[in-house]
Design a protein around this ligand. Structure first.
Ligand code: SF4
Ligand code: SF4
Length: 231
C-alpha cells in the first residue's frame, strides 16, 4: 500500500515536502496507526503523536486523505491510495504530523470547563435523575482531539477570538448540566462578535468528529439560549 506523508523538520528543512512510502504486507484488520508504526520502523525520523491507540486519548489526530480523523480508528481498508497524510490544518507545524495545539487548549481553558456552583457541594455524591443525566449525552464524550476546531474555517481565521467548536461544545456541556450554576456567566462571557457568533454553521466540525458528536448543534443551542435570554 502506498502512502504520501507530509514531512517538515524546521531545524533542517527550508520548506515542507511530501515523502512516499510503501508497505508490502497489509493485514485486513490494520488501522492507519499500525501502518504509521511500520513506516516509522523503516524511517525513524518520521514524527507523529500517539498514545492509547483506542480512539480515547485523541492524540493521533491528523488530516487523512483531506479529512481530519484519528489514525488509530481509521481502517486502512477504508482509504484510497496513495494515502495522503498531512498535519491537522491551520496550526503551526512542530515537525511532520505534529502540530502546536496551544491555542486550542487556551480556548478550552477559557470556557472554565468545570462545574461552577454558588451553593455548597453535598457531602457525598451529587445525584442526578436519569433525565438530568441524559441531557449530557452527546456532550461529555469529547476527547479534545482537535479534529473539529482544526477543520473549522472560522477558527482558522480567528483562533485567538473565536472559541471554536470543541470549546463551545464544552460550554454547552456545562450549560446543560443541572448541577452547574454559572449559565448566566458562561453565556455573557460569549456575548461578543467573535467567541460564539463567528460560527457560520458550515458543519465541518460535525462531519469530522471521530466520536460522532455535533458541536455545530451545541453552538446553535447556545445561540438560541442567548437570544431567548436577551428578549
Ligand atoms: S459549524 Fe461553526 S464551529 Fe462548526 S465548522 Fe462550521 S463554523 Fe466551525
Ligand atoms: S468535539 Fe469531537 S472532534 Fe471536536 S475535539 Fe471533541 S471529540 Fe474531537
Amino acid at each position: 500500500m502506498r502512502f504520501r506523508i507530509y514531512r517538515y523538520n524546521p531545524e533542517t528543512d527550508t520548506k515542507p515536502y511530501m515523502q512516499d512510502y510503501e508497505l508490502a504486507e497489509i493485514q485486513p484488520d490494520m488501522m492507519l496507526l499500525d501502518a504509521l508504526e511500520e513506516i516509522r520502523a523503516q524511517d525513524e525520523s518520521l514524527a507523529f503523536r500517539r498514545s492509547c491507540g483506542e480512539g480515547v486519548c485523541g492524540s493521533d489526530g491528523m488530516n487523512i486523505n483531506g479529512r481530519n480523523g484519528l489514525a488509530c480508528i481509521t481502517p486502512l481498508a477504508s482509504l484510497k491510495e496513495p494515502v495522503a497524510l498531512r498535519p491537522l490544518p491551520g496550526r503551526p507545524v512542530i515537525r511532520d504530523l505534529v502540530v502546536d495545539l496551544s491555542q486550542f487548549y487556551q480556548q478550552y481553558r477559557a470556557v472554565k470547563p468545570w462545574l461552577i456552583r454558588e451553593d455548597p457541594l453535598p457531602e457525598v455524591e451529587f445525584l442526578q435523575s436519569p433525565e438530568e443525566r441524559k441531557q449530557l449525552d452527546g456532550l461529555y464524550e469529547c476527547i479534545l482531539c482537535a479534529c473539529c476546531s482544526t477543520a473549522c474555517p472560522s477558527w482558522w481565521w480567528n483562533p485567538e477570538k473565536f472559541r471554536g467548536p470543541a470549546a463551545l461544545l464544552w460550554v454547552n456541556r456545562f450549560v446543560a448540566d443541572n448541577r452547574d450554576q454559572a449559565t448566566e456567566e458562561r453565556l455573557s462571557e460569549l456575548d461578543d462578535a467573535y467567541k460564539l457568533f463567528r460560527c457560520h454553521t458550515i458543519m465541518n466540525c460535525a462531519d469530522v468528529c471521530p466520536k460522532n458528536l455535533n458541536p455545530a448543534e451545541a453552538i446553535s443551542r447556545l445561540k438560541h439560549r442567548m437570544m431567548k435570554d436577551s428578549i
